[in-house]
Design a protein around this ligand. Structure first.
Ligand SMILES: CC(=O)[C@@H](O)[C@H](O)COP(=O)(O)O
Length: 256
């Protein structure tokens, strides 16, 4: 079981809390997912009365909160948002997003590394939303991050794992670092695929919040993550190009 800054969830699903049809459906989805961590945007919390009601709901669910800097485009914006989130949510955990480009919501990895360094030096436990770039991953670890969160695909796209090769390389390159695929997951099978590669967790939002039945989809993701993790631990066979008979040929009836 992976440890995220000392926290070892039974269920490594990090569930987003935005875009649900209603607070009641959000609550039901969190319950049925079995998620122990939810990610929350500071913007929502600061939205006056609605924000207070939302925060009360999250507290009632009894889950750990991972505030995020969603929507931040600069180092200054992300660092300030993280500092405010620490005050509001009473946690030093921060999911760090510094967006670099609006078509793909791709992280600005240069600004990300600098923001991660500032926040880690300030005592934050940083969960950086990054790409599958190995050099950037190394820089983030040097900056003080103990978890890396490469994207599966652009946020909200539901495309799944755009670059399985890159994600596999990342797993091999950082064997001892907790790795979470964050963003772009559309189906439970995408989550299972990442867990089968040996990833330690999945962060997703849109695929559950925008599903026809968010609570049922949340449960489907929990099942898929469990299946993928168990499959990885069970050491899957290597894929091969040629057939290998699965039925023994010994003792086969032989006609001369
Ligand atoms: C909620 C959050 O943190 C998002 O920015 C995150 O990256 C999830 O992405 P999806 O909505 O594609 O699952």
């Amino acid at each position: 079981m992976a440890s995220f800054y000392g926290f070892e969830p039974q269920n490594p699903l990090f569930l987003g809390t935005a875009q649900y049809p209603s607070p009641a459906i959000l609550a039901e989805a969190v319950k049925r997912s079995g998620a122990e961590v939810v990610t929350v945007s500071l913007r929502r919390e600061s939205a006056g009365g609605a924000g207070q009601a939302f925060w009360a709901l999250i507290r009632e669910l009894g889950v750990k909160v991972l505030p995020n800097t969603a929507g931040c485009h600069t180092i200054k914006e992300a660092v300030t948002t993280a500092q405010m989130a620490r005050e509001v949510f009473g946690t030093d955990w921060i999911k760090l997003e510094v967006i670099g480009e609006d078509d793909t919501l791709q992280p600005d990895v240069i600004a990300l590394v600098e923001a991660a360094r500032i926040l880690a030096d300030d005592g934050f436990k940083v969960f950086p939303y990054t790409t599958e770039d190995l050099v950037v991953g190394g820089r983030l670890l040097d900056a003080g991050c103990e978890v890396l969160m490469p994207w599966g695909a652009p946020i909200g796209s539901g495309r799944g794992l755009n670059n399985p090769y890159g994600l596999r390389s990342m797993r091999q390159h950082f064997p001892d670092t907790p790795l979470v695929v964050d963003a772009g997951i559309g189906l439970p099978s995408h989550a299972a695929q990442a867990m089968e590669m040996g990833y330690d967790g999945i962060l997703l939002n849109t695929a559950v919040a925008k599903a026809g039945d968010p609570a049922a989809m949340a449960e489907a993701f929990a099942l898929a993550i469990r299946a993928g993790r168990q499959a990885f631990a069970a050491q899957p066979i290597e894929a091969r190009d040629m057939a290998a008979p699965s039925t023994p040929v010994m003792g086969k009836a032989f006609l001369a």
